[in-house]
Design a protein around this ligand. Structure first.
Ligand SMILES: NC(=O)c1ccc[n+]([C@@H]2O[C@H](COP(=O)([O-])OP(=O)(O)OC[C@H]3O[C@@H](n4cnc5c(N)ncnc54)[C@H](OP(=O)(O)O)[C@@H]3O)[C@@H](O)[C@H]2O)c1
Length: 330
């Protein structure tokens, strides 16, 4: 299979190349694509160097699939051009996620809705993916009514320039342009993506709206506060879930422990709980600190961590492509 990676010089693009190699996806040709600034640069795939090309050349090379991680405006402009040339696009940006004609896919939850007609497929927001992966098996068993989530998100979620800002601040350098409106090192910003008229940020509303679309259930109420912290390993989330039905805490742990793609790390007496430093570079979603909310019935608290560049972006996108290939949909 010929695979184009659009945004191959970025943080997510680099991770997509790694994940394709690690999972041994049957790539016959890799086509790295980036902006005009990067055309001619080299990127590595499976120990070999490949030259970055522009989007026109990439379309002419007729890949079967293009995995995009090049920002929303690039996707809005380029994804339809790839799709018109018969190339299936899996897009990591927010450009197509809430378009009612496009599928928003977390493979273990709703890949069964995909058909060969889907030429632009959206990959959800990173903080939403790790939350719904854990919510889905619990929703099937106890039916979720409402979720209150607070996030602690890695600077890698903002891309290369944000990681540069963090390390420049840490090293006392001022030679790097700031991407956040405030210092990020030794600080916490209750602000991810732009503020909307309702007082929430766009990131918060992504968690509200994307959850319903992925889980195919508009009745699930989500309220979110999304926060940037000076870490790089992944996103963490404190999640409070109210169910329709009562549950047993040990049964919840068992359900999650037996779910593919989830790792239960819940042994507080031995200081075992999920942390971004351990999730870094891993494909799974980690869950722990599972305990009953003693203030109201049928409600549970938990702590969910995943590498936003992996399951939150690259791994999920590659899993979509794997599903398409396995089911002859590309
Ligand atoms: N970081 C995350 O955790 C995460 C998670 C989920 C989704 N996403 C989404 O993934 C996308 C990329 O994020 P990132 O963190 O990888 O950002 P990044 O490190 O800043 O990389 C951006 C990439 O897009 C390329 N690009 C920019 N404009 C382009 C154009 N006109 N044509 C072709 N390529 C272009 C850049 O190429 P140059 O090197 O040539 O500039 C670079 O390869 C964003 O839409 C983001 O919202 C990110």
């Amino acid at each position: 299979m010929k695979v184009a990676v659009v945004g191959a010089t970025g943080l997510v693009g680099g991770e997509i190349l790694k994940v394709l190699a690690e999972r041994n996806f049957p790539v016959t040709e890799i086509i790295p694509v980036a902006s005009e600034r990067s055309v001619g640069k080299q990127v590595e795939f499976k120990g070999k160097q490949y030259t970055v090309v522009g989007f026109d050349d990439a379309i002419k090379m007729q890949p079967n699939v293009a995995i995009f991680s090049a920002g929303g405006s690039t996707s809005l402009e380029l994804a339809p051009k790839f799709a018109a040339a018969g190339i299936t696009v899996v897009d990591n940006s927010s450009a197509w996620r809430m378009d009612p004609t496009k599928k928003l896919v977390v493979p273990e939850i709703n890949a069964f809705t995909l058909t060969s007609e889907d030429k632009i497929i959206a990959n959800p927001n990173c903080s939403t993916i790790q939350m719904v992966v854990v919510m889905n098996p619990l929703h099937k068993k106890y039916k979720i009514k409402r979720v209150v989530v607070s996030t602690y998100q890695s600077v890698t979620g903002t891309g290369k320039a944000a990681v540069d800002q963090l390390f420049a601040e840490r090293e006392g350098r001022t030679d790097v342009p700031a991407v956040y409106p405030h210092k990020i090192d030794l600080n916490v910003l209750p602000h991810i993506d732009v503020f909307l008229d309702n007082g929430y940020t766009k990131e918060e509303m992504k968690m509200v709206n994307e959850t319903k679309k992925i889980m195919l259930d508009d009745s699930i109420a989500v309220t979110a506060t999304t926060v940037r912290i000076p870490t790089i390993g992944g996103h963490s989330e404190a999640v409070n879930i109210e169910f329709e039905n009562d549950f047993d805490v040990e049964e919840v742990k068992n359900i999650l422990a037996n779910e593919e793609g989830i790792i239960l790390q819940d042994d507080p007496k031995n200081f075992v709980y999920p942390m971004p430093i351990n999730a870094h570079g891993k494909d799974e979603v980690f869950v722990g600190r599972i305990r009953r909310d003693e203030t109201q019935p049928n409600t549970i608290n938990m702590w969910i961590v995943a590498d936003n560049l992996r399951k939150g972006a690259a791994t999920n996108a590659v899993q979509i492509v794997e599903y398409l290939a396995k089911n002859n949909l590309i």
